[in-house]
Write a protein that binds this ligand. Structure first.
Ligand code: PEP
Length: 246
């Protein structure tokens, strides 16, 4: 039985005051029976760690460098994230693939760097609307995942995978539970072929998950929780979503 996981992706939102209020709201609203985490902007990781001391809420980052260390101005290594106590790091979010031209191989290398420092990568895959309409959904997500499988080899069982259809992120359009389930089943089959541990791996759904659609999505057999953007910025909404992941 896989324990559900709900992760908030704060993206580039917040400031010290609003973060403190959001984290205080989460401290009050929890605990939940699912595992819960927040992935916050780099400058706020240390304060988030302090605010969550003694809480059953994990925290992490939204990206990491594929490099170990060195002359890479502006980058943040997974060793630094581990040093700050990060449990998770999101890699390959569609916004990074689109706006920072991140390739499948770079995403895989970032996942490898994270695992090397004991930080669990949440690897995002997903198709654009044009790709879905062209009937390419399976081909695209399988290609994105194949690069990670190839790079991580026997460590692939240690990642969290997130299926995030690009057309559903921040748009208010959500994949139906059946649409999401069918892609999750494809991804789990691909993971199973690479590792015998796919039954124990968590595959999250992300894309306009809200308090009123979370329970139906999380009820699907291969959906093991969610990666939540907009709705993670309100403690009340995020808490309802976490509760729906019972
Ligand atoms: C995301 O950013 O990963 C995401 C799923 O965003 P939203 O929930 O706002 O669609």
């Amino acid at each position: 039985m896989r324990k559900k996981l709900v992760v908030g992706n704060w993206k580039m939102h917040g400031n010290r005051a609003s973060n403190a209020a959001l984290l205080a709201g989460l401290r009050e609203a929890g605990p939940w029976s699912a595992d819960v985490a927040v992935c916050v902007p780099f400058p706020y990781i240390a304060e988030t760690a302090l605010a969550l001391t003694g809480q059953a809420i994990a925290f992490g980052a939204q990206d990491c460098s594929a490099h170990e260390q060195g002359a890479f101005t502006g980058e943040v290594s997974s060793a630094m994230l581990a040093d700050l106590g990060c449990r998770y790091v999101i890699v390959g979010h569609s916004e990074r693939r689109a706006f920072h031209a991140e390739s499948d191989q770079l995403v895989a290398d970032k996942a490898k760097a994270a695992l090397a420092h004991g930080v669990t990568p949440i690897v995002c895959v997903g198709e654009t609307l044009a790709e879905r309409e062209a009937g390419q959904t399976e081909t695209v997500v399988k290609r994105q995942l194949a690069a990670v499988i190839h790079t991580l080899t026997h460590c692939i069982g240690e990642i969290v995978l997130a299926y995030e259809p690009v057309w559903a992120i921040g748009t208010g359009l959500t994949a139906s539970p059946e649409q999401a389930q069918s892609v999750h089943a494809v991804l789990r089959k691909q993971l199973q072929a690479a590792t015998q541990k796919a039954d124990a791996m968590r595959i999250l759904y992300g894309g306009s998950v809200k308090p009123d659609n979370a329970a139906q999505l999380f009820a699907m057999p291969d959906i093991d929780g969610g990666l939540i953007g907009g709705a993670a910025l309100k403690a009340g909404d995020f808490s309802v979503i976490c509760r729906a992941a019972a």
